[in-house]
Design a protein around this ligand. Sequence first.
Ligand code: AMP
Length: 233
Amino acid sequence: MVPILLLGVPGAGKGTQAKRLVLRYNIPHLSTGDMFREMANSGSPLGVQVLADMRAGNLVSDATVCELVALRLQREDCRQGYILDGFPRTLAQAQWLQGFWASSLPLGGNPIVIYLTVGYNDLYRRLLGRRSCSQCGRIYNEFTQPPRQAGLCDLDQTPLVQRKDDDPAVIRERLSAYEEQTLPLVEFFRKQARLLEVSGTEPVDRVSEKIFATIENAGRENASRANAKGEPA
Ligand code: AMP
């Protein structure tokens, strides 16, 4: 399995698709946002700084992010592939990742970048309506994907919570950080990797099917290339 990278504006559905990819391929989901939310709750000096950045809708420093991701990628469970969600978000992070891949992936093991697109009009509704289960992490939307019982998770009936940064003023900052710093990565990866562009406004299942098909085609191509060279796939 090659690494899978989910790229897209906050609210495009990266977290939802990542959870489906985990179920299908049984590889870890690395969400830097989740890692930072955990760090922010720890109360450590770094956690306090991270919390301040998140509350303001700013990005955490590249050095902190790359160090965190480097440590996580060294763990045993990433050897069979992984899903990156919310990383990289700046050109410096993307260049770091490119270097990491160049030294750690077998030749021809091209990563797959899934770029989820969503129009800005839909985004506010998605972000303002987003709720998640604090127990199992399942994501809902009050407007587009409500739970069966208002405010409660369908799977375990735990009360749903709203992220603190899904607030109108912070959303504006997050979207402008995205436009300025993350959007240029689309062109970066279009040149450097296999990039699939999918409309995140299509039904969730349809988006997943397209993503699975791309990943599985790429897997077959990698395997036949490796076979032709007598290398392990
Ligand atoms: P997310 O859950 O991916 O929307 O991330 C929530 C917040 O965590 C962001 O608004 C940033 O403050 C921080 N964050 C997550 N990933 C990164 C990253 N790759 N680079 C910098 N900051 C990040």
